[in-house]
Design a protein around this ligand. Structure first.
Ligand code: ACO
Length: 431
């Protein structure tokens, strides 16, 4: 980061001396005011619950322009990556900063695809779960348990360990997600086939059975790959910040990523795709398109506690670029499967149209986010609703690792330790 000529000056109405605060510039985006010495200089903290105006780190991985509705991975627009690259190219880019050349691409694909199998003990660990356990509960456990299986890559301060853990996590997440699914539906696990693509292998492990050959449908394979690309990273969101904070204690990479999985589960974050699809199904049961007006009125009524799931975003105050791409993929998948007239897709498009013209949503800059259409695509492919967030976790694993590794390599890295404004009882004696 570059020191700006501009300086911030903080003054106080009680006559305390003014404080000069340095200002730094990034490549693009807002400048930041450096308040690190504020407490030492003034004895005061800043107050920013929810990090509304606080940059928690410097990062060179992902950039979002929320007003424009732009998302860049290492500078490349998400639309171009979704069009010209596959998920493993995107992983390489996020981890290493540049797109791979032909040899690097071949080697990286081979490296990831050659490590898809998990330790056989993992399935005995999985057996401890109830069959009806939520896949995110299972995945939080399985990812955390990886640290018990791979002792040679748990030193987060060792760059080589971090690299090995990164490949293990990216390679094995599809296997673990598919195992969590198969366990829930009571089918035998499918061992990975390394000659398939990353997405094709995942589809086979999810939907194949040992009873017959599974032929990967290239349209669905491409759609799954695109879902992975669109979810690969999203700068300092809640789960990524969780991974950074968790990892900042020096814990092992598997434990830090498991913390990210747990955070992602929440309906305000990764769980929104599941919540959005459940919402569409509920509206459908209420009477479908004819009842949309009534539903939107409930959303607008603050006392109802109902939100339009898959709408709104802390950073995007414009159309989420991933939602546009996901809508495109939705069209392709539904056409391929002969589901062009899918009632939920029609309902989603009608709901989007109403919301985009309604002053409540327009004035609050609430637009569809990636989750609005991703549930419809996944449901059409055959993914159970309960597994949507698990697939998001699979895709986001690379982003979490890239961000964790960036933090560990940052000379300014410190354990994360927010401060507070204490409003409880002052010191008192027990009677
Ligand atoms: N439906 C109805 N009203 C909404 C919605 C929504 N989905 N989202 C925000 N609002 C309203 C709020 O009620 C608030 O109105 P007010 O100013 O009158 O009080 C205003 O818009 C601002 O909302 P906040 O909750 O303050 O915005 P915040 O940035 O904290 O929240 C969030 C962002 C959590 C994503 C929110 O928009 C939401 O709950 N959306 C639905 C869940 C969702 O789709 N999450 C996925 C996010 S993307 C991802 O994780 C991949």
């Amino acid at each position: 980061m570059k020191l700006s000529d501009n300086k911030a000056k903080l003054s106080f109405s009680n006559g305390s001396p003014e404080v000069d605060l340095p200002v730094y510039q990034g490549t693009i985006g807002p400048d930041v005011i450096d308040i690190r010495k504020l407490y030492a200089q003034t004895g005061q903290f800043t107050y920013d619950p929810g990090f509304m105006s606080t940059a928690s780190c410097q990062s060179a991985i992902t950039y979002i322009d929320g007003d424009k509705g732009e998302l860049l991975y290492r500078g490349y627009p998400i639309e171009q990556l979704a069009e010209k690259c596959d998920y493993l190219d995107t992983c390489y880019l996020l981890l290493k900063g540049e797109l791979p050349d032909a040899t690097q691409r071949k080697d990286f694909h081979k490296l990831v695809l050659d490590h898809t199998m998990v330790n056989e003990q993992m399935q005995f660990f999985l057996r401890g779960f109830r069959r009806d356990a939520h896949p995110m509960a299972v995945l939080t456990g399985l990812v955390g348990a990886m640290s018990a299986f791979y002792h040679d890559s748990i030193d987060v301060h060792n760059a080589e360990h971090r690299d090995i853990a990164a490949i293990r996590l990216i390679s094995k997440m599809p296997t673990l997600v598919a195992m969590a699914h198969k366990y829930g539906v009571g089918q035998p696990y499918m061992y990975p086939r390394n000659e398939l693509s990353y997405a094709g292998n995942f589809l086979r492990m999810m939907f194949g059975t040992p009873c017959e050959d599974y032929k990967v449908n290239p349209v669905l394979e491409r759609a799954m790959d695109r879902i992975f690309i669109l979810h690969a990273d999203h700068e300092q969101n809640a789960s990524t910040s969780t991974v950074r904070l968790c990892g900042s204690s020096g814990t092992n990479p598997f434990a830090a990523i498991a913390a990210g999985v747990a955070c992602l589960w929440g309906p305000a974050h990764g769980g929104a795709n599941e919540a959005a699809l459940n919402m569409l199904e509920d509206i459908q049961k209420m009477g479908g398109i004819a009842k949309l007006g009534e539903f939107v009125e409930r959303v607008k009524d603050k006392n109802s506690g109902v939100r339009l799931m898959g709408f709104g975003h802390r950073v995007y105050k414009n159309y989420d670029p991933r939602a546009k791409l996901m809508q495109e993929t939705c069209n392709e998948v539904l056409t391929e499967l002969g589901l062009e007239n899918d009632p939920l897709f029609a309902l989603a498009k009608a709901l989007e149209k109403i919301a985009l013209e309604d002053d409540y949503f327009v004035s609050r800059k609430l637009y569809p986010n990636v989750d609005f259409y991703s549930g419809i695509v996944q449901r059409a492919i055959g993914v159970p609703v309960k597994l949507f967030t698990g697939i998001f976790a699979l895709a986001r694993t690379v982003g979490w690792i890239a961000q964790l590794n960036e933090m560990m390599g940052d000379p300014e890295y410190k354990i994360g330790r927010p401060r507070q404004l204490y409003v409880g009882a002052a010191r008192r004696d027990v009677p």
